[in-house]
Design a protein around this ligand. Structure first.
Ligand SMILES: [Zn+2]
Length: 117
């Protein structure tokens, strides 16, 4: 996937998901080996397209959750403890990715809708 831009809504704002090379990610964020990051000012989720696809997908969820906390005005790092948002976002993004890729929720919902509980 080259230079694809995917629009996404976070809270009431329009964000863009950008797929950049690892070099572009490192130049923008000034940190090495990043799988991605969210730019809350430019409203962009930057994804390292040189990572494997499952890492890119989980990273989109991860950065999306950072965006949600920001847009909802929740600052876990100040309200609870330093790096708390990173811990919570990391846990949630892996869990959501697992639920989504295994089709677990879809299967549960389909069972509920057919009344076959
Ligand atoms: Zn993070």
């Amino acid at each position: 996937m080259q230079k694809t831009i995917i629009p996404v809504r976070i809270g009431v704002y329009d964000y863009k998901i950008l797929f950049l090379s690892e070099r572009e990610i490192n130049d923008k964020y000034l940190e090495q080996r990043m799988s991605g990051f969210i730019d809350l000012v430019r409203k962009e989720i930057n994804i390292n397209r040189d990572m494997d696809l499952s890492t890119q997908k989980e990273t989109i969820i991860h950065e999306f959750l950072h965006g949600l906390f920001h847009e909802w005005g929740i600052n876990l790092n100040l309200d609870i403890e330093k790096d708390m948002e990173e811990k919570i976002v990391t846990t949630l993004s892996k869990g959501i990715y697992e639920i989504e890729t295994t089709g677990m929720l879809k299967a549960i919902f389909e069972l509920m809708e057919t009344g076959d509980k």
